[in-house]
Design a protein. Sequence first.
Length: 146
Amino acid sequence: MKQFSFKLQAVLDYRSEQLERVQQKVAQEEKNRMDIVHKIEGIDQTVQQAFEDYNKTLQQQSLDVVTSRQFSQYVELKKAKRKIYESHLCEQEKVLNKNRLELQAHLIRKKSLDLLKEKHYKQFLKNIEKEEEKFLSEIALNRMAR
């Protein structure tokens, strides 16, 4: 029995490799995005903790103007850093969306070849079945002729 061979298998393999590369790129970009999100969350937690500490200090003792000014400068510095990370996050999400669209296009191309291969395989199986049926019919005719 002859074996199935898909004439476009090399193209399918190439597209599979391309798809894998794009998937890795999307995963890396997602990791980068999550790193930025974690940095923003870290800043938020730091600012929250600073406010809690500041309020505890206010309740325990009165603060001087210098300490109060330093605290406000610290908070403003953290807010500025957060805005920078937010802009990085926005840029990263744009890159990620672009890569996701590229991934979708590669998935479509690969899927179309997969479907074509499946269609050819089904046709191959039908042809094999027809040949077997033809062979069995010939055997039956030969037996009847004897």
